[in-house]
Ligand binder design. Structure first.
Ligand code: ATP
Length: 273
């Protein structure tokens, strides 16, 4: 018998109040995949991710995780199965990084239980791999955007779920830290987790994704392996950008280079060498 998909959306319609954002979306995310959602601003990427995370409830259709309707999970079971790194979240005033990361362990503890060695190990490992150990005692609100983003990621890692949802996890990060986070997600994926991330950088998406989900206007425009999905026609169609696609010189995955929309300001490309 084949395993059920990690995530399955079946004719899902979802939005905010009376405003529908995604209509009749059906989608399967394979277990153990590194799936990346791409698409223009406002196309519904975060809305779909939040729907999978049960933050938003579809008005029609069904969402299943590991073969089970998400409505059948208790809150605690769900928090042990699916972790979400949302966009632009605020921490409670005065909270330290370690306090935040400890919160990731809540779904694994009963209300009156003490911290176990496993909790402590999960927290210290999460701080370690995200490079946040050095500022564990600092107040979150007093950190830089990138430091804060890594602290939230540490909380997600401490939650230790088989499915991770990440909404623009590289926001605020400098280029080295962006690739550090993406490599960390690749390691989690290699270790068997299902990773679903929203990314804006198409070249990063193509480097790391096993599967791309291209969204446009609340619909799935295309899904598949980056090498087949990412074409100049798709980028023109979905993003309205004329581009060339060449093999990334480092990884061989598709790399997108926009065609100039007007002549280069100096009249030619900068001289090389
Ligand atoms: N809390 C909200 N209340 C009402 N409308 C919302 C809310 N959040 C998002 N929307 C609307 O839903 C639509 C889809 O937004 P969503 O955040 O899912 O897009 P996105 O693809 O993630 O965009 P971006 O790339 O800009 O982050 C947008 O038109 C947005 O204005």
């Amino acid at each position: 018998m084949t395993a059920p998909p990690a995530i399955e959306l079946d004719s899902v319609t979802v939005g905010y109040d009376r405003r529908t954002v995604c209509r009749d979306v059906s989608l399967r995310v394979a277990e153990g995949s590194f799936t990346v959602f791409i698409g223009p601003n406002g196309c519904g990427k975060s809305t779909l991710l939040r729907t999978v995370a049960r933050v938003l409830r579809p008005t029609e259709g069904r969402v299943a995780v590991l073969g089970r309707d998400v409505r059948g999970y208790s809150r605690r079971q769900y928090a042990r199965t699916v972790g979400l790194l949302p966009q632009g979240i605020e921490a409670p005033a005065g909270m330290t990084v370690t306090d935040l990361v400890l919160r990731g362990r809540h779904p694994h503890r009963s209300p009156l239980s003490r911290w176990t060695a496993q909790d402590e190990q999960a927290v210290s490992s999460a701080l370690d791999v995200t490079g946040t150990t050095g500022f564990g005692d600092r107040i979150l609100a007093e950190l830089s955007g990138g430091q804060r983003q890594r602290a939230w990621l540490a909380m997600l890692l401490a939650q230790d779920t088989p499915i991770l949802l990440l909404d623009e996890p590289t926001t605020y990060l400098d280029i080295a830290h962006q690739y550090e986070v993406l490599d960390l997600l690749a390691d989690l994926h290699a270790g068997g987790r299902t990773v679903v991330a929203v990314l804006h950088d198409l070249n990063q998406a193509a480097r790391y994704a096993t599967d791309l989900v291209v969204l446009r206007g609340g619909h799935v425009a295309e899904t598949g392996h980056p090498a087949t999905v990412l074409t100049p026609d798709l980028v023109a169609d979905v993003f309205g950008l004329r581009c060339r696609i060449v093999p990334d010189p480092v990884t061989g995955t598709p790399a997108v280079f926009p065609e100039p929309s007007r002549p280069h300001p100096t009249g030619s490309a900068p001289a090389g060498g």
